[in-house]
Design a protein around this ligand. Structure first.
Ligand code: ZN
Length: 158
């Protein structure tokens, strides 16, 4: 188990476009394991490789705590509907803001054996698929927040 350092907003690496993965080397496999460990350790719903400083198109997501999804070179194929809700990011600690996202998202990706597959989700999973895919293109959710970015603690007290 290895926990990697999470890069914080303001770090240039978070603004860069990640590169396509062409093969799973032992280093890449280790990166994926470390990303999962890091996401669970920090109680995150998702993590993109750029958040641990690696510019590869790899995302891990788990919206339930028991169903890890590994997406390599993910591409959003289909979206529908709309949902508006609180979003947060391990690279923007202590903050939250309202973002409107599609309520349904279908993604095409490779699994950790580089086999193509599809993931579709609604609600939180749809939100996570959008949020994490955008990390790979150098974007943070704060660019899309409607109104003000809020302190997460303040929200919990309401
Ligand atoms: Zn994020």
């Amino acid at each position: 188990m290895a926990i990697r350092n999470i890069r914080m907003i303001g770090d240039e690496v978070l603004k860069k476009r990640c590169k396509e993965v062409t093969e799973i080397t032992p280093r890449t496999a280790q990166l994926i394991d470390d990303m999962l460990d890091t996401m669970y350790e920090r109680n995150g719903v998702g993590l993109a490789a750029s958040q641990v400083g690696i510019l590869k198109r790899i995302v891990v997501i788990d919206t339930t705590g028991e169903d890890p999804i590994v997406l390599i070179n993910p591409q959003i194929m289909e979206t529908s509907g709309e949902q508006s809700g609180q979003e947060a990011c391990l690279s923007v600690p202590g903050k939250t803001g309202v973002v409107t996202r599609p309520n349904y998202v279908k993604v095409k990706a490779l699994d950790r054996e580089m086999k193509p597959y599809e993931v579709e989700g609604t609600g939180l999973l749809a939100r996570a698929l959008c949020h994490e895919t955008e990390h790979l293109d150098g974007h943070l959710y704060v660019e899309k927040v409607e109104g003000e970015l809020m302190d997460a603690e303040d929200l919990e007290e309401e």
